[in-house]
Write a protein that binds this ligand. Structure first.
Ligand code: ATP
Length: 235
């Protein structure tokens, strides 16, 4: 579904990604794990068109997307949930969700998708008229994921959904991500520092260090890999 081929992405003179290649197959949850500053967010932002790679290619369903702008990439069915959620704090929960559907015209479909979001996260339904900024961190993450789903993506990119959340909430969020993948056939690319939780729900994973992919394998193999255990699972 998505093929990242030898991309190099830079911030001025700083080369954040050095020949990064990865593949995401339809229906998978693929996770990218690594330490702070490894280049995980840069990889995700290169895919969704926030930054352009200086070299290399990104193909979505065989078509190059690395020169397209972010809006065009959303219209192809790729949507990101950015690190730190970035919901609109002054807007209500409902208005935030409506913003997620900004490229759609099917009013009936949007309405039923919003109702589906409220079924998935009942707390959002109860707070539909409350300003987004007044929600807890976990609720804002639920809102950010739901807002992204309103664009009906076939590929959902999630940047550190567990960041700053309590362990119980993290478990809930990961379970929801697993369900979204299983029930709606949404392919997921999950960037995470919480390697343990991410590998538990993923099919495959990549490990990144200093802008380079150093390891790739099935998630269960990475969970039992001695180097991964030492470096990322605290064992
Ligand atoms: P984190 O988990 O902290 O988000 P990460 O693995 O996602 O880390 P990136 O945010 O992709 O890592 O950063 C990769 C490298 O690029 C780091 O060295 C970082 O300092 C640098 N970098 C990231 N954003 C910028 C920027 N806007 N300007 C300059 N350098 C940047």
């Amino acid at each position: 579904m998505l093929e990242v081929r030898n991309i190099q992405t830079c911030y001025g003179n700083i080369q954040a990604l050095k020949n990064v290649s990865l593949t995401i197959n339809e229906g998978e949850i693929v996770t990218l794990i690594g330490a702070n500053g490894a280049g995980k967010s840069t990889t995700l932002m290169s895919i969704c068109g926030v930054i352009s790679p200086r070299q290399g290619e990104i193909l979505f369903r065989g078509e190059p997307i690395h020169r397209l702008n972010a809006e065009k990439i959303v219209s192809l069915g790729i949507c990101q949930v950015p690190e730190g959620r970035h919901i609109f704090p002054q807007m209500s929960v409902l208005e935030n969700l409506e913003m997620g559907a900004f490229l759609r015209k099917d009013k009936g479909g949007i309405k039923s998708d919003i109702e589906h979001a409220f079924e998935r996260f009942p707390i959002l339904g109860r707070r539909r008229h409350q300003a987004g900024g007044t929600l807890s961190g976990g609720e804002q993450q639920m809102l950010a994921i739901s807002r992204a789903l309103l664009s009906r993506p076939s590929l959902l990119l999630l940047d550190e959904p567990s960041l700053g959340l309590a362990p119980l909430i993290i478990k809930q969020i990961f379970e929801i991500i697993r369900k979204i993948n299983a029930e709606s056939n949404t392919t997921v690319f999950l960037v995470e520092q919480n390697a343990n939780q991410a590998l538990k729900i993923a099919h495959r994973g990549y490990v990144m260090e200093n802008g380079v992919i150093t390891l790739e394998d099935r998630a269960e193999n990475l969970l039992s890999n001695e180097d991964v255990k030492k470096a990322y699972l605290g064992m």
